[in-house]
Write a protein that binds this ligand. Structure first.
Ligand code: ATP
Ligand code: MG
Length: 416
């Protein structure tokens, strides 16, 4: 128990963290290229924010939140998604008062959901998310879809499908709700228990159910796209026109509704197929009413969340290797009582911007070399009595086996 992390959580080990850092650097770059700047919000928020923001008919709120009373008897919830916190931050700091749109991203934000752990489904996962506030135009929806797609392509992912849909707005959705309910009413006995509840409270959500019998039951369900009002229809057409300006392969999937209540108009998912079925790497959409719902003036918005663990899974699945940085540029070995000289050389090398280290475990020279070899270091510097007396150091290129003697003061430059 003591030496076992809680179920559904995962450590990132020192030897593997370079993979995360690589993703992070690509993500930061992609966001910056489109004018998104980083926002950092707390890991926990008042529970009320998610009840109102995420929606109390969603799986997240009904089953998956990590909620507790703190010592001041406030109800606190660990973030189950990133958008509500971003909206709270926007409102608290009046970010909407600046020139719009207000574009922000979060990176490596921990997200907590009490789900059944399995491949690609953790209880703590991490998201890269973007939110754009204050722009109504579908060109922003398209920009976000392209950003996510191009990012994954730049990482080398090829097996990717981009699915889009429109789920309308409060003007047109009620009519669709009614049509969908009429359709589902005849099939209630084939739906799972959850979906029978959803049927009453939020029938759209039935389309999103992963239970096979429910999937089959909705196969011929009416499509929201046939019920869109003029405004939503034009918006969806503009989205497709924007995407059509690019090479991006996308398809319309009227089954996508997304697991959160706040979406309006555009919803989208980037999906990959694995040997165990399909995996959603990225999901997002427009949420034009959320800011108002959380107490602000009406402000249109659109965003997406991308799971870092799933991106890494995807890269592994496709056999895409991330360049592993060398642990050290130089490893300093020493003989006899030259430990202090070695220590001072290491400091000198580090000040010159090189990754350098030495033995701290009392190893013999032979063992020092063996250890250095294991780290894959390119250069080994050696200080023995002769070198020390001459104020020099012996440099050995571990690949070519060539050696040379250089003054200590020039060691860094020589390695560079
Ligand atoms: P799914 O349909 O797979 O449950 P979701 O619709 O719940 O996904 P979102 O709420 O849109 O997912 O979250 C955005 C992204 O975060 C997902 O596309 C996915 O990459 C990742 N994600 C969501 N839940 C998990 C989880 N439990 N473990 C790992 N990654 C997750
Ligand atoms: Mg989910």
């Amino acid at each position: 128990m003591l030496t076992q992390a809680p179920r559904g959580t995962r450590d990132v080990l020192p030897a593997d963290s370079y993979r995360w850092q690589y993703l992070e650097s690509k993500m930061r770059l992609a966001a910056a290229e489109a004018g998104y700047r980083e926002v950092r919000t707390p890991v926990f928020e008042h529970t009320e924010l998610f009840l109102r923001g995420v929606g109390d008919t969603t799986d997240i709120v009904q089953k998956e939140m990590y909620t507790f009373q703190d010592k001041g008897d406030r109800s606190i919830t660990l973030k189950p998604e990133g958008t509500a916190g971003a909206v709270r931050c926007l409102l608290e700091h009046n970010l909407y008062a600046d020139a719009l749109p207000c574009k922000m991203y979060y990176l490596n934000a921990p997200v907590f959901r009490y789900e059944a752990p399995q491949a690609g489904r953790l209880r703590e996962h991490h998201q890269f998310g973007l939110e754009c506030f204050g722009a109504q135009d579908a060109s922003v929806d398209a920009e976000l879809i392209l950003l996510a797609y191009n990012l994954l392509r730049s990482l080398g992912v090829s097996n990717l499908s981009v699915n889009i849909n429109s789920i309308g707005c409060p003007n047109c959705r009620p009519k669709y709700h009614a049509a969908l309910k009429a359709y589902l009413a005849d099939r209630l006995d084939t739906l799972c228990g959850d979906c029978r509840n959803r049927f009453e409270r939020n029938p759209l959500r039935v389309l999103d159910c992963k239970v096979p019998t429910c999937k089959a039951a909705v196969a011929d369900a009416p499509s929201m796209l046939d019920y869109l009002c003029d405004d939503c229809r034009a918006h969806f057409a503009k989205l497709q026109a924007c995407l059509g300006q690019t090479e991006i392969p996308f398809r319309i999937d009227p089954r996508i509704v997304r697991g959160l209540d706040y979406y309006t108009k555009t919803v989208f998912e980037l999906i990959t197929t694995t040997k165990d079925g399909s995996l959603t790497v990225c999901g997002g959409g427009r949420y034009d009413n959320l800011v108002e719902q959380l107490g602000g003036d009406p402000l249109p918005a659109v965003g997406f969340g991308m799971g870092l663990e799933r991106v890494l899974m995807l890269l592994d699945g496709e056999g895409i290797e991330i360049p592993r940085p060398a642990l050290y540029d130089v490893f300093v070995t020493y003989m006899g009582d030259n430990a202090l000289k070695a220590f001072s050389l290491v400091q000198r090398l580090r000040l010159a911007g090189l990754k350098a280290d030495m033995d701290h475990c009392g190893r013999s020279l032979k063992a020092q070399f063996k250890y250095a070899g294991k780290t894959g270091v390119r250069w080994v510097a050696t200080i023995g009595d002769e070198e020390a007396a001459a104020g020099k150091v012996k440099l050995k290129n571990m690949e070519t086996r060539e050696e040379c003697l250089v003054p200590v003061a020039e060691a860094a430059a020589a390695v560079k």
